[in-house]
Ligand binder design. Structure first.
Ligand SMILES: O=C(O)C(=O)C[C@H](O)[C@H](O)COP(=O)(O)O
Length: 215
């Protein structure tokens, strides 16, 4: 059985560091440090590096070693194997778009906290039943957005969320104003053309604006 209170505290310590968690897919390992520096040095120290590219685990290792002031986590954690690989690589937390029984079972034994994804009240109830209280709400906009989170707060007030999916600078403040939202995730500060061009100044500027978002 997991220690529900301490798990929530560990996740809250991550969530408290910034209002926005950038969701980063690193296609070229040489981008990892300059890209993550542009984010971390401009107010976004919590980084979700998705396991969606070949170099993702190497990027996590590099960021964990070279940017100790950042807090790097693994995103797109879909299985027990992904969770183990993320922890081995040096990720400080793991985050998933959804959750399965196998993933919850592995997470109960893992060295790093898992932030499971939920989109419905039933999925949320299952996570709460297993002792989780902090979740990713994904895909946020498509799953009812701010109204859905307001709905969860009535019967299930102990749950707090990092909504992600379809959120941008314009939509983020309405989420951040909700009492059951700790922070939001998104990729809007990483326009693909800026990443491809290595335009770290542009990313730094968007990161600064995101870091200033608050309810
Ligand atoms: O890879 C995962 O684990 C995901 O859950 C997907 C990401 O969270 C979204 O791709 C980010 O959302 P956007 O800001 O809409 O780009």
């Amino acid at each position: 059985m997991i220690d529900s209170h301490s798990l929530a505290q560990r996740v809250d310590a991550v969530f408290a560091r910034a209002p926005v968690i950038p969701v980063i897919t690193i296609e070229r390992i040489e981008d990892a440090l300059p890209l993550c520096r542009a984010l971390a040095d401009n107010g976004l120290p919590v980084l979700e590096v998705t396991l969606r590219s070949a170099c993702a685990l190497n990027a996590i290792t590099l960021i964990a070693r070279e940017l100790p002031e950042a807090c790097v986590g693994a995103g797109t954690v879909l299985s027990a194997r992904d969770l183990d690989a993320a922890a081995q690589a040096g990720a400080q937390f793991a985050i998933s778009p959804g959750a399965t029984e196998a993933l919850y079972a592995a997470a109960a034994e893992a060295a790093i906290p898992l932030i499971p994804g939920i989109a419905t009240a039933g999925e949320l109830m299952r996570g709460l039943e297993l002792g989780w209280q902090r979740f990713k709400f994904f895909p946020a906009e498509a799953s009812g957005g701010v109204a859905a989170l307001k709905g969860f707060a009535g019967p299930l007030p102990q749950a707090r969320f990092c909504p992600t999916g379809g959120i941008d600078a314009a939509r983020a403040p309405a989420y951040l104003a909700l009492p059951n939202v700790a922070c939001v995730g998104g990729s809007w500060m990483l326009p693909p053309q800026a990443v491809r061009a290595g335009d770290w100044a542009r990313i730094a500027q968007l990161a600064q604006a995101a870091a200033q978002l608050a309810p």
